[in-house]
Design a protein around this ligand. Structure first.
Ligand code: EPZ
Length: 416
């Protein structure tokens, strides 16, 4: 595994172009299986997770051509229905390929994706929803075998507004011969991007962004080209990096309104924010004020921003309470931050962060994607040099990170 070496006492002052959204790109790549044709995707982030999903589609028989941030996926010769077990384990979000395989082939075979660094990540909501669509699920062997003669439109109420389950059930029901209604669904912007993509293909879906989605099944879907939405978590990450260093940043290629849950909390810390539909400018105060956050499904504060925001608060004035309501194990960066001198205690699903004046650089280890990103934010404002091992975790979700940080005058090198 490689490591990052970051010199601290930095103050960000510059501008960055935000990349395409990882969490929108992944279900849209999976959806390219549906039409058995050629799909052209623009603003595709070139990161480990999207490349992993493209590898899964190639393994299923799709022809994939990547040209920087443009990807052409031809699914006309896709024929396999079993998802590669090794690839599945490497990226559990590949479970959303199942819905697309079921819609096109009425069959899908995959191994249980298993948990990851932030939690058990069960797929019971996906499986229960598939059963309601008339899909027979055999979980008794090493693999999960899903098959049906046809998808039966249904009304499905999710116990929890799961992002992945919402996406999987949208994909599974788009080619049926009736209307499926999904209730208590996720309202994340990435769900709207998936609806827009599928409707561009000729699907008849409405309601994404609300808690009820209706999918009128169609017989066929056509070839499309599509521009993936900006990454709202990368947007929030760079805003928090800047706030933590008392600096100033201008972000382009963003969508301000979907970043609002984070912008509102950054203003509470004392940051000044100017925004237009595709641009955000943040000016941080010399020292941030402590604030409390709790993660919730969208439009609540995003769980993917929790670690990065927490790391920003370790040097704020006062005590902050950070409550994680979505995943059971998403404070793994806390022990690493404490090794830098942060004063944090965990009580149940909350981290109590007592702001200190300064933290000190040391040797750290990334434990997951967003926890690793949090350590970068801590390192750039710490005294002295910090190394971060296992930086491959971070490269799952952040494109051209080295280039972007150096452009912001951060003294950042990667040791291969
Ligand atoms: C998506 O994961 C995102 N990943 C995650 O981003 C994000 O943190 C999460 O949504 C919540 O916003 C992608 O979009 C690729 P969930 P997903 O199903 O779909 C429980 C990142 O850092 N649950 O909404 O897996 C689950 O255990 C990643 O970019 C069940 O109990 O999230 C969790 O506690 C990390 N049963 C909660 O729901 C199920 O069948 C939210 O999970 C499914 C989920």
């Amino acid at each position: 595994m490689s490591k990052y070496i970051i010199k601290g006492d930095a103050k960000i002052d510059g501008e960055v172009d935000i990349s395409g959204s990882k969490n929108s790109a992944l279900p849209i790549i999976a959806a390219c299986i549906l039409n058995g044709g050629v799909n052209t995707l623009y603003n595709m982030p070139n990161i480990r997770d999207t490349n992993g999903m493209l590898e899964i589609l190639s393994d299923l028989g799709c022809k994939v051509v990547k040209k920087k941030n443009k990807v052409i996926i031809d699914s006309s010769n896709a024929s396999k229905m079993n998802i590669n077990e090794k690839l599945m384990r490497e990226m559990r979000s590949s479970v959303i390929v199942v819905g697309a395989l079921l819609a096109r082939f009425r069959k899908a075979i995959f191994s249980y994706p298993g948990g990851c660094e932030i939690g058990a990540r069960p797929i019971d909501l996906h499986i229960n929803g598939f059963r309601k669509l008339g899909i027979n699920i055999d979980e008794n062997t090493r693999y999960i075998v899903c098959k049906c003669d046809k998808i039966i439109p249904a009304e499905i109420h999710l116990d929890f507004p799961s992002v992945g389950a919402t996406e999987n059930l949208m994909l599974a029901s788009v080619l049926s011969d009736g209307e499926t209604i999904l209730r208590n669904v996720a309202m994340e912007p990435e769900i709207e991007d998936l609806q827009n993509f599928l409707n561009r293909m000729g699907a008849k879906i409405s309601g994404a962004g609300s808690n009820i989605i209706k999918i009128k099944g169609v017989k066929k879907l056509k070839e499309v080209s599509y521009n993936i939405m900006p990454d709202r978590i990368e947007t929030g990450t760079f805003l928090c990096y800047t706030a933590g260093t008392g600096g100033k940043i201008e972000l382009n290629n963003v969508r301000d309104e979907i970043t609002l849950p984070v912008l509102v909390k950054l203003e509470e810390t004392g940051c000044k924010i100017y925004r237009e539909p595709n641009k955000i400018v943040l000016q941080a105060p010399k020292r941030l004020k402590a604030v409390d956050i709790q993660t919730l499904p969208y439009p609540g504060f995003p769980t993917d921003m929790q670690s990065v925001f927490l790391a920003m608060l370790v040097t704020a004035k006062g005590t902050s309470i950070v409550t994680e309501n979505i995943f059971e194990n998403r404070f793994k960066c806390v022990p690493e931050l404490m090794r830098m001198g942060a004063k944090i205690s965990i009580s149940g699903s909350s981290a109590i962060v007592k702001g200190v004046r300064k933290i000190t650089g040391t040797n750290l280890v990334a434990t997951d994607l967003r926890g690793g990103a949090a350590l970068i934010g801590a390192a750039m404002k710490a005294k002295g040099i910090t190394t971060i091992d296992n930086c491959e975790y971070i490269e799952r979700g952040y494109e051209k990170l080295e280039y972007k940080l150096k452009k912001l005058n951060i003294d950042f090198t990667k040791e291969r």
